[in-house]
Design a protein around this ligand. Sequence first.
Ligand SMILES: O=C(O)[C@H]1O[C@H](OP(=O)(O)OP(=O)(O)OC[C@H]2O[C@@H](n3ccc(=O)[nH]c3=O)[C@H](O)[C@@H]2O)[C@H](O)[C@@H](O)[C@@H]1O
Length: 435
Amino acid sequence: MSQMMHIDNIPSTPGKFKMEKSPYNRLRMHFSLAKLTFWSLVFLGLIFVFFYRSPASSSPVSSDLSRRSLRTSSYGGPAWEMRIKASAKVRSRNGISVLVTGAAGFVGTHVSVALKRRGDGVLGLDNFNDYYDPSLKRARQALLERTGVYVVEGDINDTTLLKKLFDIVPFTHVMHLAAQAGVRYAMENPGSYVHSNIAGLVNVLEICKSVNPQPAIVWASSSSVYGLNTKVPFSEKDRTDQPASLYAATKKAGEEIAHTYNHIYGLSLTGLRFFTVYGPWGRPDMAYFFFTRDILKGKSIPIFEAANHGTVARDFTYIDDIVKGCLAALDTAEKSTGSGGKKKGAAQLRVFNLGNTSPVPVSDLVSILERLLKVKAKRLVMKLPRNGDVPFTHANISSAHKELGYKPTTDLQTGLKKFVRWYLNYYGNGKKSAQ
Ligand SMILES: O=C(O)[C@H]1O[C@H](OP(=O)(O)OP(=O)(O)OC[C@H]2O[C@@H](n3ccc(=O)[nH]c3=O)[C@H](O)[C@@H]2O)[C@H](O)[C@@H](O)[C@@H]1O
């Protein structure tokens, strides 16, 4: 290799260059060495100043960016990428490769297991937040690991991470289930709903519109968008401009945001309006779950009552029926039409009710639990608080039936029996109880 020399002296064929010996040349050589030394020192000085004063170490924003990239680099590495590729690998003919956000959540876990078992590629993403007991999410994560689903720990707002995941896997679909759920909690922590259900959704859609190929997206909306509607059963065409909670408003906003990304970028988007989903591995913040816990503990059960002693009812929907609806939505999702952030044609935009079409009063839910647990509940009937709850939900599922072949088969008695069996097994027959 030719030694490092001043730029004018470097020959086109390294090693052929010979320095001449005359005194004038010697003087000239000393002079050019001094010049070389001087400019090298200047160059080194500039490099030092540049890195020492670089914005990454000065303004909070860019230092945050460098921190983010550091955080992302902590995700990186060949072993990590190998796990991701193995998890997302499609193992069945015509299989799909799905990024499931909120994979350690209740619906996310069941959907991920079902996809993996039928040979699809599945990669999970979850931030394992502490909205409810994170140990339950970790237990679901262990279950997923046993079925071959890797769950990356991260937030849907982490753009760098999401981009990295799409660099590693060309996902054909995104099952976007990560969200701040819960109607009543919105009055305690409104920011969490904006962070996850608005900013988080937009971030996921921003990534999806800019990757090639664009995935098709199926995401969790909510029956709560029907808000104060009195016309029952609720149909997808009914008004949804009267949300009764911030949670419902963020889900409604999500449906409007989906329309925008479909219209501008050609993203294929399907919103699923879940109706009070319940079942094994469920959410401790939901009534069926904490009623079970509190009946076993002998604590009072607050049963909400509508005005004039009206019953409060829900169209409770068993998780296995919901999973079938989710997979049918994925399988019937058309491809997105955009590429490089540009739409090439009209893209599919859908919304479906996924309910059970048979609302049950909350008081009946408690009676079923009493029979299954063989413990009398301490009922405390109270007026429906102004906390975002609505008196009833009832799904018209004819559209999901027609387009997705959706047909719920599990009644509340059967579904709760399966839930109670799981609950007693998981918490050790009520000795160890949910927090
Ligand atoms: O259908 C949906 O989209 C929503 O279903 C549930 O929301 P919710 O129906 O309020 O479910 P729970 O919180 O389990 O309440 C079930 C019923 O019990 C009632 N309830 C709740 C709590 C309580 O202390 N007492 C009581 O009677 C509620 O008013 C409601 O009628 C989920 O929590 C939401 O994330 C989901 O989006």
